[in-house]
Design a protein around this ligand. Structure first.
Ligand code: HXC
Length: 257
């Protein structure tokens, strides 16, 4: 299947998804959103894929929602059409999804990166929520996910001034997991995804689900949720295999990869 705004490639057990609207710095229009949802649905049901990487170009991961598409939108259409709610499908993708960010990740682009499970950034990455400069505010989670990632001070600074932060600042603030040289970005992200895809998938999915719960409930409830998931993994063959492999000093051969 080929797409207008997305390139999809498989590397081992990893799906590499590349946003491909170079003429608009990967601005996220409805075609990108719909195609990304289709791609993720296909990956979700493909047992040969254990994890995915989402990337853009060297210049831009994504420069935000498509301003030209949004400009004439009115309140009634936005509200009744539940504008941008389709991005929720990206957030509910169950396999690990790593954002490999180079260049601009602004507005919806920064928000899309934050929807991913973690961000690996090239030294050239620039993150920001410039919506305020357009007379609006973030609408795909910027005020919420950014605040949880970097705290109130920096989230307010970025959302209220519209300034960008570089990769170094984003890493120190907790938005970015790792920074790599630009030419190693995709390779490093695919290697991380390949590593994840080699583990027991029930454990991987539960780890993702449990970390995500930390953003939604109290510590007590989160700990109880984690404990129940942890208990349930003792019902899997992979737990027996993983622990036996450790004791026997060999590499684990997980059945549910
Ligand atoms: C539509 C965009 C775009 C965008 C860039 N382009 N960003 N088109 N929507 N978000 C287009 C430009 O119009 C231009 O097209 C081409 O991409 C190249 O962009 P330039 O501006 O010429 O490049 P440069 O000078 O290098 O500047 C890069 C930039 C700037 C700093 C990233 O493009 C920029 O500020 N973009 C907008 C960033 C932004 O405000 N994002 C938030 C959007 S609102 P032409 O045809 O002129 O060559 C948002 C809300 C999210 O994301 C919440 C709800 C979804």
């Amino acid at each position: 299947m080929s797409y207008e705004t997305i390139l999809l490639e498989t590397r081992g057990r990893v799906a590499l998804i590349t946003l491909n609207r170079p003429q608009a710095l990967n601005a996220l229009n409805s075609t990108v959103m719909n195609e990304l949802r289709q791609v993720l649905t296909a990956i979700q049901s493909d047992d040969a894929i254990g994890a995915a990487v989402l990337t853009g170009s060297e210049k831009a991961f994504a420069a935000g929602a498509d301003i030209k598409e949004m400009q004439s939108l009115n309140f009634i259409d936005a509200y009744l059409g539940d504008f941008i709610s389709g991005w929720d499908d990206v957030a509910s993708f169950r396999k690990p999804l790593i954002a490999a960010v180079s260049g601009f990740a602004l507005g919806g682009g920064c928000e899309l990166a934050m929807i991913c499970d973690f961000i690996i950034a090239s030294k050239t990455a620039k993150f920001g929520q410039p919506e305020i400069t357009l007379g609006v505010i973030p609408g795909m989670g910027g005020t919420q996910r950014l605040t949880r990632a970097v705290g109130k001070a920096k989230a307010m600074d970025l959302c209220l001034t519209g300034r960008m932060m570089d990769a170094q600042e984003a890493e120190s603030a907790g938005l970015v997991a790792r920074i790599v040289e630009p030419e190693r970005l995709v390779e490093e992200a695919v290697a991380a995804a390949e590593k994840i895809a080699g583990f027991s998938q029930p454990a991987v999915r539960m780890a993702k689900e449990a970390v995500n719960r930390a953003f939604e409930q109290t510590l007590g409830e989160g700990l109880r949720f984690e404990r129940r998931l942890f208990h349930s993994l003792f019902a899997t063959e992979d737990q027996k295999e993983g622990m036996a492999a450790f004791i026997e000093k060999r590499r684990a051969d997980f059945k549910n990869r």
